[in-house]
Design a protein around this ligand. Structure first.
Ligand code: 3VV
Length: 191
């Protein structure tokens, strides 16, 4: 992303936030059929308008910003608040869009967050251009929506192309979930 595109990037993030609000709101409503039909047409109009701006790989804003967890419509936005060579602290607030059962977060969304956070951390402080080989998640407690939660990540071991990492997600003193993962750096020339 170039300097000249910085302003557009902020505006794009505003649009993604509006879309996240739409996703969360969809999980809370019970509109009657006529309103649903009308709203469906409105959403389709927005999608068709956006299709006018399709861009080639490399120029797509969501991909660039997705790497920082804030500009992708499906990834969970998080903040990395502190990062050393071997450890990271961060915060995340899940929304109603991430709910599994009442007011608790869907387990698959938690795994996606760990993949994204640990993958980002490995890219920055372990070995760039790595892929997840395995990711194991232990769900220790339910994870609440609409509450700021704390994340940690640490690089435990690097062996050749392999980076072993662990992560936690906590609500105050309560550990909600723990993860351990292996990321393997791609061999040169591997897509
Ligand atoms: C302003 C700030 C901006 C900041 C920007 C920062 C940049 C941020 C950048 C980016 C952030 C990204 C954040 C997102 C991250 C998401 C990551 C994903 O979700 S990746 C998609 C899901 N994963 C796959 O699709 C993998 C599919 N699998 C593969 O491609 C291969 O299997 C691969 C690459 C994992 C390994 O294949 P091989 O051929 O390269 O290597 P072999 O020889 O098989 O393994 C190498 C070593 O690893 C072990 N290994 C491989 N897989 C293992 C496994 N599952 N369990 C245990 N060991 C395994 C092997 O035993 C071997 O170990 P021995 O060297 O012999 O000691």
């Amino acid at each position: 992303m170039t300097e000249a595109q910085a302003y557009d990037t902020d505006v794009f993030v505003d649009m993604i936030e509006a879309f996240r609000d739409l996703q969360a709101t969809l999980c809370l409503v019970a509109p009657p059929p006529e309103a649903t039909t009308e709203l469906t047409a409105t959403i389709e109009d927005v999608t068709n308008r956006l299709k006018e701006f399709e861009a080639p790989e490399g120029d797509r804003v969501a991909r660039e910003l997705g790497l920082r967890g804030i500009g992708h419509p499906v990834l969970v936005p998080y903040q990395a608040t502190d990062m050393s060579d071997t450890g990271m602290l961060g915060s995340v607030t899940f929304s109603y869009a991430h709910m599994g059962s009442t007011n608790t977060v869907h387990g698959g969304v938690i795994t996606m967050l760990f993949d994204d956070v640990l993958g980002m951390f490995v890219s920055r402080k372990g070995q760039p251009n790595s892929r997840t080989a395995f990711l194991k998640v232990n769900y220790r407690n339910t994870t609440p929506v609409n509450r700021e939660l704390r994340m940690t990540a640490s690089i435990d071991k690097i062996e050749g192309r392999k980076t072993f990492v662990t992560g936690t997600l906590s609500d105050g003193d309560i550990v909600c979930a723990e993860a351990e993962a292996l990321f393997v750096q791609l061999l040169p020339g591997r897509p």
